[in-house]
Design a protein around this ligand. Sequence first.
Ligand SMILES: [Zn+2]
Ligand SMILES: [Zn+2]
Length: 351
Amino acid sequence: MANTMKAAVFEKIGVINVKEVPVPEIDDSEVLIKIVYTGICGTDWSIYNGWYSADKLPMIAGHEFSGVIAKLGKNAKGLKEGDRVTADINMGCGTCFYCIRGEKLLCESFTQLGIHTNGAYAEYVKAPAAQVHKLPENLSFEEGAFIEPVSCVIHAAKAMDARLGSSVAIIGCGLGVLHARMAVLRAAAPVIIFGDNRKRLKIAKDMGADCAIHIDDVEDPVAEVKRLTGGRGADYVIEAVGSVKTYEQAFGMLRRGGKLSAFGIVGEQDTMKIRPFEFVLGEKKVTGSCAGVGSDWTDAMTLIANGRIDPSPLFSKIPLEDLDWALHELRSDPSLFKVFVSPDITKREML
Ligand SMILES: [Zn+2]
Ligand SMILES: [Zn+2]
């Protein structure tokens, strides 16, 4: 095996260079994974712009990946070279108050592979063996690289815990599309999704959403949800945009006693207006959700492997060299959904 590899290094804000760097060295408890695909995520755009993890640059980003085990540490149990895998990117210290309670996502020194440490926009990535998941036989490498986003949606769905027959409204048609699918799988009805992209709304509809509404087609999404739910508001609302305005809308379209799932990431210092009255007399509740972890990953694999979630209509592929281009293109081309980067392909395969 060569000592160097091709990688897309996020050098500083707004600069990505594809260049030769050393192949990561693994310790006894780690594995080296040869990357097949890495999905581009909104978080990568935030890192590129310095809104997130700016203190970690230069860094190789990329946290939604699939590949094949190329090398194993001595203590990597239950795995072998050639295994098709992905890896849970969430790493806790294992000893703090939160880790001991099994709340790794809240760990005092929480890190995510490809977000805070070197990731998968490269030919190889290293990961702790204990975090590696073998892909079921009928799961493609594309689907393997899509487990991370699905696991995030599953984590939020478990926290929200929508009851059968309840109404669910979703704001946002990025991962909101998968939230809509998840609500359908939980036998929620009606499932209402708002978005700014007709193609994605159509996909949500194809996945079973009852109402897929373009925000240009309604005057007031809050009034629309009330109209569709007998004047009450939705039993559950998922904010999957990440803006103060849409969080306020989400809270407004929630019925008394309803639950809001806070999923979209806003700026750290952003604040919103809430009347505490609605928590007290309205008994409204909020569940926050930061990532998918542990069994959220295996549940994601099970749902995809058994066809409950079919993400294949969402996929495009590009060579690693085009990462910079694709990060910008994703902002301007509404037809793109999930773009996979591969170190091995030379031609773009667009949706
Ligand atoms: Zn992601
Ligand atoms: Zn910890």
